[in-house]
Ligand binder design. Sequence first.
Ligand SMILES: [Zn+2]
Ligand SMILES: [Zn+2]
Length: 325
Amino acid sequence: MTMLARPGGSPVGALAATSAASPTADATAVERKGWPEQVALFLFITLPFLALLVAVPVAWGGWLGWHDVVIAVLFYVVAGHGITVGFHRYFTHGSFKARRWLRVTLALAGSVAIEGPVIRWVADHRKHHAFSDRQGDPHSPWRYGETVPALVKGLWWAHAGWLFDRELTPRDKYAPDLMADRDLVRVERAFPAIVLFSTLAPAVIGGLWSMSWQGALTAFFWASLLRIGLLHHVTWSINSICHAIGERPFRSRDRSANVWWLAVLSMGESWHNLHHADPTCARHGVDRGQLDSSARLIWVFERLGWASNVRWPRSERLATKRVAA
Ligand SMILES: [Zn+2]
Ligand SMILES: [Zn+2]
C-alpha cells in the first residue's frame, strides 16, 4: 500500500489506497452522541468566536476600521487557501498538477498561515490519513477513549495539544517527493522569514495606508494576531471537531465527518467525511449547496491554464462510497 504522492504532485495513487472502504472498520456503525454533548461541544467552539463578534462593534471606529478589515480578510484568504489548496489538496494529496511558479506561490502562501513549514505540514497530514483515528494518528480526538472525559481530553489533543508533541513525523518517510524538490526545500528554509513577513507586513500596510502609528497598531492586532489565531483554530477544528461530530454520508474507515457551519471559514475543508472517503478529490463539498471556495479556486486555476489533471469528483465513484440510505 503506497501512501505517498508521487514526485511532481502526480495525483495518481496518492493516498488513494487509504480511502479503500473496509466493510468491517467503517464509521457507519458509530452511535450518535446525545444532545447535551453536542451543545457543550458547540459552545466550546463558538464562544470564542461570539466574544470576537461582540468585540467588533465595541472597537469599531476607534480601534477597528475598514483598513484593518480589508487587510485581515486579504491575509486570511491568501494564507488560508495557501493551506487548503496548496499544502493540503496539492502537496499532500496531489489533487491536481500545477505550473512551477504556482507550486512555489502556493508553498509561500501556505507558509504565511504560520502552521509550520510546508514539508513538515505535509508529513504530519499524510501520517494522519495513513492512521486516521487509529494508533499512529498524530491528532485523533479518540486517542484517550470514548467516554465523555476522554473525548474532552482528546478534543484538546486533536485541536492543539498534539502540536506540543515532541515526536516529529519523519519527513523522509512521509514526504520524500517534497524533500527532493529544491524549490520547496528553499521555501521550507525561508519559513522564519515568512513568519516575520506574516506578522509585520499587516502593520506596515496599515500604517502606510492610514499614515498613522495607530493604523499600524490596529492592523497588527486584527490582521496579524487575530487573523493568525482564527485561521489556526479553524484549521485545528478540522482535526478535532470534524473527527468528533457531524454528518457521515460517505464510508470512511475513521470518524471523519462533514460539519456545515465550518464550511465558509475553513474554505471547504470541513466536508471532511468526503475528504477521508476520497482523499485525492480536488473538491470536498461535492453535494449541492456545499460551499467549497478552495475547489472554486482550483477551478479558476484550471481555467487559466495554471493547473491541470484536476481530480474532480465523479458521480459513479462517489456512489460507491455513499452510505446506503
Ligand atoms: Zn482528518
Ligand atoms: Zn487530507
